[in-house]
Design a protein around this ligand. Structure first.
Ligand code: SF4
Length: 474
């Protein structure tokens, strides 16, 4: 019995044949990453978009459209076409549905390639396809009452683009089927050794057991040229990089921290950052919600809006107060904003971590609520980004080349931890908020309490990191 090859398998094959071989032929060895909350959300959103495509076709009664029709071939190809339409003149159209706001053609997400695989499978199974369309979301659609499928959805005829790559894709499909049928393959080294860590899959450690931690992949923004050079010389260990090897200042700091086994600290830079802050200090963090199909009026596909904030206010005399707000209903953040206005005074620095995110939310809220635009612009003017300190002025090899608060906090304040919290990160907070607004009271209260605890830790962590820096500069 031949191995089954689906569109998802084929895309994985194109990215890395050996990771697909392992998944299919030796699933016990394959380091299955978890089906993350983020991936679960993507899957749900795919179904949600399909629901509106169905509504779109339901309105056009004369159109004969079939959803999720299966095509299978004897040599193992398997496709479940999102939608198939019998056209008036006797032809057939295939629709590939996406929850993005454009047709993607980059290496990691090539929608034309996806559609081409479906066409090849359908045609090899005996179904002629005359027209191929991609259905995606209209990024400019702004919800106003009931969703209008005709305005939400964009249909793009991509028949020519699909036919253009059909011959080469058919060849790749054949190679993928043949490769899956092989009994073994060369497991040594990964082609991804030349790529940054963001490109490594869950199997990287399995195929590259000799790459240590910390490695050259811990260096921030290492160029392709430098990475290729180091790999060609068999240098993977951060500590094996020659003394005189040309690196950027930021990379040198990470390397220096790894070499010394102690953090690299620029006291002057930290002092300068701290002197730029003025009391009271407002440690602010938003949690947001976004969805492919807009949930609320005046929102658009994939546009975020804040649903929660945590705010710790630190006075010069050390007094610390905590405020928070959690939107318990699915509505725009006008009440959140009113509360924030009451909680934040006219003086003092607003401290955030990765402040560009908070600034973007403020700009979006200013667009939604022009009455608050001056207040929100003022917040952005008064904002300082605590993360920046950890980019150059305080670097510890244990951050593993990252400046995320989730990496910095356990090193700086090991007594504080996100472990054990029901909500662990932004993606799970978004998921929890959606469940909370849909849940009955008791469950909703439990989720609310988890969300409040998570967001409070985010700002308390900033307070403690700030206090650490103050002690450090003495
Ligand atoms: S890290 Fe290795 S196994 Fe994973 S995608 Fe890259 S080459 Fe394939």
């Amino acid at each position: 019995m031949p191995m089954k090859l689906t569109k998802t398998d084929f895309i994985q094959y194109l990215n890395c044949p050996k990771s697909l071989w392992l998944l299919k032929n030796a699933p016990d060895e394959y380091p299955h990453g978890e089906f993350s909350v983020f991936l679960q959300k993507l899957t749900r959103e795919g179904y949600e978009v399909e629901r509106y495509v169905r509504l779109f076709f339901d309105k056009a009664e004369s159109r004969a459209v079939d959803f999720q029709r299966v095509f299978e071939t004897e040599d193992g190809l398997f496709a479940r076409a999102d939608a198939i339409e019998a056209l008036g003149g006797g032809g057939t159209a295939l629709f590939e549905i996406k929850s993005s706001t454009r047709v993607k053609t980059d290496a990691a997400h090539n929608h034309i390639k996806d559609a081409c695989f479906q066409v090849i499978c359908a045609e090899r199974a005996g179904q002629t396809i005359d027209v191929v369309s991609l259905v995606h979301l209209n990024g400019n659609y702004e919800r106003a009452g009931e969703i209008i499928p005709e305005e939400l959805l964009v249909f793009e005829d991509v028949t020519d683009q699909v036919r253009e790559i059909e011959a080469e894709t058919a060849e790749e499909v054949n190679k993928a089927l043949a490769f899956l049928g092989e009994t073994a393959f060369d497991r040594s080294g990964c082609s991804c050794l030349h790529k940054s860590r963001a490109n490594h899959c869950d199997s990287f450690a399995l195929f590259n057991p000799d790459v240590p931690t910390p490695s050259i992949y811990s260096l921030p923004r290492l160029s392709q040229v430098r990475r290729t050079e180091l790999v060609a010389n068999g240098i993977f260990d951060l500590l094996a990089i020659p003394e005189d090897y040309p690196l950027t200042d930021k990379q040198m700091v990470v390397l220096g921290a790894a070499r010394s086994g102690a953090p690299i600290v620029n006291l002057e830079g930290i002092k300068e950052f701290l002197e730029g802050l003025s009391f009271p200090l407002y440690f602010l963090d938003y949690e947001t919600y976004s969805s492919a199909v807009p949930l609320l009026d005046r929102t658009s596909p994939h546009k975020h809006f804040p649903v929660q904030y945590s705010l710790h206010v630190l006075q010069e005399d050390g007094t610390l107060r905590h405020h928070d707000y959690l939107e318990r209903e699915a509505r725009l953040p006008h009440l959140l904003l009113a509360q924030l206005r009451a909680d934040i005074g006219d003086e003092g620095t607003v401290v955030s971590w990765h402040a560009s995110f908070e600034k973007t939310q403020n700009k979006e809220m200013a667009r939604l609520f022009p009455d608050h635009a001056d207040f929100l612009a003022d917040l952005n003017e008064r904002m300082a980004d605590l993360e920046k300190v950890f980019m150059v002025d305080y670097v510890d090899a244990r951050f593993d080349g990252s400046t995320s608060i989730k990496k910095v906090l356990p090193v700086i304040c090991p007594e504080l931890s996100y472990k054990g919290l029901d909500v662990q990160d932004g993606a799970s907070a978004m998921d929890a908020w959606q469940k909370m607004v849909a849940a009955e009271s008791e469950e909703s209260d439990q989720i609310a309490s988890a969300l409040l605890g998570y967001c409070e830790l985010d700002t308390f962590a900033m307070v403690e990191i700030y206090r650490f820096l103050v002690r450090l500069v003495g």
